[in-house]
Ligand binder design. Structure first.
Ligand code: ATP
Length: 241
């Protein structure tokens, strides 16, 4: 387990330094759902505030909507406390925000969360908002946008807001989901399930299966190759519009 723990740590350091995600003196706001990805990030950032070459502070924030699971939240709080993480729970009712006749969906819900996170960051002087997306999320989005939207784009490791000084960062960009799952099991991080009943992740699941088929045939390096392909564009061998 020590080897995996160090590997994940190195990958987080690599992405922070490569993409200049955290700068000297930054205040980082980490969005934690209580699930494995953002909790793993909380665990590593808690270790990193001591002895990282760049000085920064961070606080975890959980947005609690009507769809949380109290038992999972209790586990989240217990773990954050055991790692010495400063955290806050923000209660945000989302149901009343839904326009008449509109149905709830994951995209809409995450937009509500994003708005609250940005507002909190602006009001309280946070420079960066850290999210728990990892390499698999990024390559699934890439394949999904290509196959279903006819465009090449994905979620970025770092994204500056146009109209605010804040930026979104994804320090797990180089970490693969299976590495997170193993480490999360080791740390007793439980699965976090939304209770809304409207979640439809079928398209993302389809993309995951397609990537897994390629991995089964050509090895895990397929994930890195898909990720690296986004910064290895050869215009000469791409058709013009
Ligand atoms: N209720 C919440 N409060 C605060 N941040 C959240 C919440 N839900 C999601 N997030 C943030 O948004 C990211 C992506 O959310 P998503 O719902 O796609 O979860 P996920 O990929 O299952 O990740 P996780 O394992 O962290 O739940 C999370 O990693 C976390 O940083």
């Amino acid at each position: 387990m020590k080897k995996l723990e160090t590997l994940i740590d190195k990958k987080i350091t690599k992405s922070i330094l490569k993409y200049k995600m955290i700068e000297e003196g930054d205040k980082v706001l980490l969005a934690v759902s209580g699930g494995k990805d953002s909790m793993i990030l909380a665990y590593y950032l808690a270790k990193k505030i001591k002895g990282f070459p760049i000085n920064f502070t961070f606080k975890a924030i959980h947005i609690q909507s009507e769809f949380g699971n109290p038992a999972e939240m209790a586990n989240m709080e217990k773990l954050l406390q055991s790692w010495g993480v400063d955290y806050e729970i923000l209660e945000v009712g989302v149901i009343k925000r839904l326009k008449p006749g509109k149905k709830m969906n994951c995209y809409w819900c995450s937009t509500q969360r994003r708005t609250e996170l940005l507002k909190y960051a602006v009001d309280n002087g946070y420079d960066k908002i850290a999210l728990g997306h990892h390499m698999d999320d990024i390559i699934e989005s890439l394949i999904m946008n290509m196959a279903l939207k006819g465009k090449i784009s994905t979620m970025l490791p770092i994204l500056d807001y146009d109209r605010y000084d804040q930026a979104i960062i994804r320090p797990l960009s180089y970490v693969k989901e299976h590495e997170i799952i193993k480490m999360a099991d080791h740390l007793n991080i439980t699965k976090c399930t939304c209770q809304c009943g409207f979640a439809d992740n079928s398209k993302r699941r389809d993309m995951r299966d397609i990537i897994q088929t390629m991995v089964d045939t050509h090895g895990d390096v397929v994930r890195e190759n898909l990720y690296n392909s986004m910064s290895n564009i050869i215009p000469r061998y791409l058709p013009e519009e």
